[in-house]
Design a protein around this ligand. Sequence first.
Ligand code: HEM
Length: 198
Amino acid sequence: MSNTLEFTLAEIVRSPRLIGKLQEEVRSIIPKGQELVSEADINKMAYLRAVIKESLRLHPVAPLLAPHLAMADCNIDGYMVPAKTHVLINVWAIGRDSSCWEDAEEFIPERFIDEGSDVGVNFKGNDFQLLPFGAGRRMCPGINLGIATVELMLANLMHHFDWELPLGVERKDINMTEVFGLTVCRMEKLLLVPKSCM
Ligand code: HEM
């Protein structure tokens, strides 16, 4: 969850438009003086939810999911997968596949809302182009807790603080290089300076 939050913050602070739009949404919904954003408030934050979805598309925590084993022979799009084959699903690559996504490498939360091209796409395991939690019987059982936690953390960080880069660092200097393993994380820690705006 901290991994998803860090990638999300890195993506939005790189763009004044994105962070501005997100702060505007959160602050228009949460009255000044309200200390904490609650789960009920999050339901009204369509842009925040789209930002997190877009972040999970480009930066899935487990790039190859967990290893799976085919229980029976099956044929997928003409490819024969014999029983007992170890199957690794590269959701990182699927999330960046230009045959599934318009401007696949760009961070565009708007694709998931209003008239966006992927407005109906969700990560609940039925839309195979977006599988940050996997799909089927072995998909992540912590999906609801995971999403709710990231949403609440991000919304509260947007509600309470303006975010600046450390002195001498510019937006273009934010290094988005990823390090791949069982999970994928940022090569460089994200350093930001919070300024209270309450
Ligand atoms: C943003 C947060 C999270 C993400 C992105 C995430 C992602 C994943 C992924 C990709 C898998 C492998 C699914 C597959 O191979 O098909 C998985 C499995 C799993 N996750 Fe999560 N997860 C998150 C949060 C959580 C939380 C909060 C919990 C528990 C409280 C949790 C518990 C598990 C467990 C137990 C499995 C193994 C399920 C199995 O093999 O049957 N996850 N998760």
